[in-house]
Write a new protein. Structure first.
Length: 199
């Protein structure tokens, strides 16, 4: 019996969850299944983490190595900032794109590593612009997409205006991406819960 949540050409899935909830493992599993369907299929992993310091550079290198072992047919491109153009460049009907993750991508948009951070008061407008750019690229993509993002709004209201503004911005981004996706899956303890499934 085939996997019911396997992405089909032109379909998209948003995978949400907390840290170490199994989000990336699910995305990689979907990519591996996609590659196994046909020798003509490709999979591209768009990594959004910026190598801001030595620890992050080591973490990125380790993740790249682990990914190559788990899904050997998938290529990786580091795209901390230019996510929408990367989707447009790689998307085609036989190529599955995995974006991991939207949380780090939004962080890079609102808190760039070069220190040119936007004012907290303008994060809402910057977040809306970033979401609009991403959703437009998603809608224009002819091939399947799997996007990973964190659900960070389930706890108490955080202290500090910057943290509250980021939680709001990410929540808004997740809602807009979810609305544009055919499937939305919430991961908890490695288990998927379907929140949205368009037949």
């Amino acid at each position: 019996m085939s996997e019911p949540c396997l992405p089909l050409p032109g379909r998209s899935e948003l995978i949400l969850g907390g840290q170490k909830s199994g989000k990336t493992a699910r995305a990689e599993s979907l990519a591996a299944q996609w590659l196994a369907l046909s020798p003509a299929h490709r999979a591209v992993y768009l990594a959004t983490a910026a190598p801001a310091d030595e620890e992050m550079r080591e973490r990125i290198a380790r993740h790249r190595s682990d990914r190559a072992r788990r899904v050997p047919g998938m290529t990786t491109e580091e795209t901390a900032n230019a996510l929408a153009p990367a989707i447009g460049r790689h998307s085609e009907p036989r190529t599955l794109i995995v974006v991991d993750c939207l949380t780090l991508w939004l962080t890079g948009r609102l808190l760039p590593a070069d220190g040119a951070a936007t004012d907290v008061g303008s994060w809402s407008s910057h977040g809306k612009a970033a979401a609009a750019e991403l959703v437009a690229a998603m809608r224009a993509a002819p091939g399947p997409l799997v996007l990973v993002s964190n659900e960070i709004g389930l706890g108490v209201v955080p202290l500090g205006s910057e943290v509250r503004a980021f939680v709001d911005a990410l929540g808004s981004l997740n809602q807009q991406v979810a609305a544009a996706c055919d499937r939305v899956t919430l991961m908890a303890a490695g288990l998927p819960l379907s929140l949205k499934a368009v037949p």
